[in-house]
Each structure stands twice: as structure tokens, then as C-alpha cells.
Design a protein around this ligand. Structure first.
Ligand SMILES: [Zn+2]
Ligand SMILES: [Zn+2]
Length: 292
């Protein structure tokens, strides 16, 4: 069982606080729900995508249950959609579902697919899905229900800003069930193409592009404005930035001790003194110092 507080990215936490402090925001969220937007999208998905199950393409479905178990979340519905563009998303509030595209399955190996599914499950664990669904609606740009009229442009930007930052937390969640390397490899496939092309990518060099991007972005007001305009329509942070952030997190003390604790929990062994979980390779209990 993993708690969001153990891995949430600080920029996500800050953006969420800002978003929830916008006057009228909770009322707006309720309004969106009341319009039946969720049901609309759920129904569309049900009619057009293939629902995966133990008896429907089990080699794909079987990725999901162990991840949900590890994260301690209820299993969402899981769908496959024919679309050559590699993509995955989570949607809904009362009925949450994850959809992956055929293009995604084609471009990723098993561990990379696990990373994407764990990323999506991270959105569920962190309770991002409702606000995310609204962000997707804004990005779709087709406001046939007219709900965005009540949502001023700056508020739309605030939602999209938070939505992008929340992706960084979910990359971290993915790295907990797989590894930071696996998450970085997913980024490589999505940015540069299949394994046959991106297998030997120099990750550090690529992550360095994020620093170069920061230089360009921060070089004078004109560039900042220009970059801001480019970022506004993006659903996710740029891939080089995500790679840099996940590799950095993989080196952090927070990640190392979180993984130690999870491994200790998985070992099933407990300290005879403080009865907290301990790992089989510990000489001393990390919680109370008792010799094991
Ligand atoms: Zn995401
Ligand atoms: Zn102990």
C-alpha cells in the first residue's frame, strides 16, 4: 500500500493548492458532473473500444491486476482502442476506466507497458481523475455542452497547468512499480519511436536537453512568453523534462527509502522489537536499530 504523500511531485502539490483556491472551482466541478459528461464519454468508450478481461486478450489484461494490488487501488475497467498513435488515459469519477491504444502496445515491451499502466493507476491513487477529465475536455476544444463558458480562460490555464504537473507525480508512481529506467524508456519510445530505433539512446544526454530547454525558456521575456504559449496547449510536460525529473527522483533519498520500505513490506518479515516490516537483507532494523 503506497500513499500519494510518499511520492507526489512538489510542483504538483503546489499547483493543486493553487487550483483549489480558485473561487467557484468546486462548484464548477459539480456542474460538469451534473451535465452527464462522464456518462457520455463512458458510453462512447464502451461502444467503440474493446474491454479487456481475463477472457478478452488476457495477455494485455493481465498487466493490470498486480499493479492495482501493489498500489492498493480498486481495479478500474480497462480498454483497448485502435489508434496508431501511442497513448493512454484515465477517465471518469464514479466509474473510472483506463484506455490504452494499439499504437502504445505496439511500441512498448512488457515492462514499459507496465510503467504506462502504473502511471495511469497513479492518477487514480492520487485522485487526479476528476480534474483530469475536465482538463481533457478543455484540451479537446469542442465544447458542445457549453460548460466551458462558465470557466474563464485563466481558470482553464490553471487546470491545464496543474494537470501537466500531476503527470510528474504519476511518472514517480510508475517508477515505484517498475523502475525509473523503465519510465525513461517509455519516454524514449514515445519521443523517438520503437525499440529498434531508440534502444541505445543516451538517456543522460537526452535529459540534458531539458536543461538546455530551461536556458532557452528563461532567456528574456520574449522567449518566456513564446515558450508559455507553446506549453499552454500541451497535455503533458515535455518528454525531456519528464526524463530528467524521473532520473533525478530515482537518485533521491526519498525514492531509495520508499523502495526499501516497500521491499521490507513485501518480505513479510517483521522486527521482533518494534514489529515494523523489515527486509531480509537488513542487519539492523532501520526503524528501531535492533540487531536482526
Ligand atoms: Zn498521466
Ligand atoms: Zn525495529
Amino acid at each position: 500500500m503506497i500513499k500519494p504523500a510518499e511520492f507526489i511531485h512538489p510542483e504538483d502539490a503546489a499547483a493543486l493548492r493553487q487550483l483549489e483556491s480558485i473561487p467557484g472551482f468546486p462548484a464548477l466541478v459539480k456542474k460538469v458532473l451534473a451535465l452527464g459528461f462522464e456518462k457520455l464519454k463512458y458510453g462512447f468508450n464502451m461502444a467503440t473500444a474493446i474491454r479487456l478481461s481475463p477472457t478478452q486478450l488476457p495477455h494485455l489484461y493481465n498487466h493490470l491486476p498486480p499493479i492495482c494490488e501493489k498500489l492498493g487501488i480498486e481495479e478500474p475497467e480497462f480498454y483497448l482502442q485502435m489508434d496508431p498513435v501511442p497513448n493512454a488515459w484515465t477517465f471518469g469519477d464514479t466509474k473510472i476506466f483506463i484506455t490504452i491504444t494499439s499504437g502504445l502496445v505496439e511500441v512498448l515491451d512488457d515492462e514499459e507497458l507496465d510503467a504506462v499502466i502504473a502511471h495511469e493507476c497513479g492518477h487514480i491513487l492520487c485522485r487526479h481523475v476528476l480534474y483530469h477529465s475536465i482538463a481533457q475536455y478543455i484540451l479537446a476544444g469542442a465544447d458542445t455542452l457549453g460548460i466551458l463558458g462558465s470557466l474563464t480562460v485563466p481558470v482553464q490555464y490553471a487546470i491545464l497547468y496543474w494537470s501537466r504537473k500531476s503527470e510528474l507525480s504519476c511518472d514517480r508512481c510508475a517508477s515505484i512499480t517498475t523502475s525509473p529506467d523503465a519510465v525513461a524508456r517509455v519516454m524514449a519510445r514515445l519521443a523517438g519511436g520503437p525499440k529498434s530505433i531508440t534502444e541505445n539512446l543516451n538517456m543522460q544526454e537526452w535529459a540534458g536537453q531539458a536543461d538546455q530547454y530551461d536556458h532557452i525558456k528563461n532567456d528574456g521575456l520574449w522567449n518566456k512568453t513564446l515558450q508559455l504559449a507553446i506549453t499552454l496547449g500541451q497535455s503533458h510536460p515535455f518528454s525531456a523534462v519528464r526524463v530528467r525529473e524521473i532520473l533525478k527522483w530515482g537518485q533521491s533519498q526519498q525514492y531509495v527509502s520508499l523502495m526499501q520500505n516497500l521491499n521490507a513490506e513485501a518480505s513479510g518479515k517483521r522486527c521482533p522489537e518494534c514489529s515494523l516490516p523489515v527486509s531480509t537483507d537488513w542487519a539492523y532494523c532501520k526503524n528501531c536499530g535492533t540487531k536482526l
